[in-house]
Design a binder for this molecule. Structure first.
Ligand SMILES: [Fe+2]
Ligand SMILES: [Fe+2]
Length: 231
């Protein structure tokens, strides 16, 4: 409980930052809605501490710190747009899955120990996390991932037309184009030539981003895990 209490408090701030950086209005709204739900969950946890005769106390949660650090890296690395929206959904869904596992276990422990009121509180929060996860999957699959793919195609197209020149149309926010473009070099020299900031390199990175994003919206995987864990 101390662990998830810390996690929820920290998440409240992170969701505000995600909302600020979201481009899609529905995603922005989803982050803001879940931010207020998360504030409410902090209050529910405080109530659960009270029900169990305990004083609310937070203990550093290394898992949430790591997940949020990873989500923050996306925000710092990519310019605003559908690609960043999709990446933030991945980050947010990793957080939701962590919470679903935590509350599922807490609920089961409470049931076993006969703390039925606490069990009902934990189950109520777990359902909210699960609904949020499902909402994010729907947003990703219906609008944001296809839009991110379009953006990737746009960047690829521009990269092709700019091949051989030092075009500066990258989607990345920091783009310090140098005279020595990395276009045409082999992949090992591209890695060391990241500061060149050419379009081909940006397009390649965007492609990697999109292909890795789709894995995060897997309904079947989530329900299988849930079933296995008895959620
Ligand atoms: Fe939560
Ligand atoms: Fe959550």
């Amino acid at each position: 409980m101390k662990d998830i209490y810390y996690a929820e408090k920290k998440l409240t701030k992170a969701l505000g930052k995600m909302a600020k950086n979201a481009t899609n209005p529905k995603l922005k709204e989803a982050f803001l809605t879940h931010q207020s739900q998360t504030e409410d969950q902090v209050a529910k946890l405080e109530h659960a501490f009270g029900v169990l005769g305990l004083t609310p106390k937070a203990k550093k949660c290394a898992a949430m710190d790591g997940l949020l650090e990873e989500a923050n890296e996306h925000i710092e690395e990519y310019a605003k747009g559908a690609g960043l929206d999709a990446a933030m959904i991945v980050g947010a869904q990793k957080v939701e899955h962590y919470e679903i596992a935590a509350y599922g276990s807490m609920r089961s422990f409470a049931r076993t120990l006969g703390y039925n009121e606490a069990a009902m509180i934990f189950e109520g929060i777990r359902e909210q996390e699960s609904d949020t996860d499902e909402l994010l999957t729907n947003l990703a699959e219906s609008v944001i991932n296809p839009k991110a793919e379009e953006e990737t195609e746009d960047v690829s197209g521009r990269a092709k037309s700019a091949a051989g020149s030092n075009g500066n149309g990258s989607a990345r926010s920091s783009n310090n184009g140098s005279e020595d473009s990395a276009a045409g070099e082999d992949s090992s020299s591209r890695t060391s030539g990241r500061e060149g900031g050419d379009d081909a390199l940006a397009a390649e990175e965007s492609n990697v981003n999109i292909s890795s994003m789709t894995d995060g919206n897997n309904r079947e995987g989530e329900s299988e895990t849930g079933a296995a864990m008895g959620y």
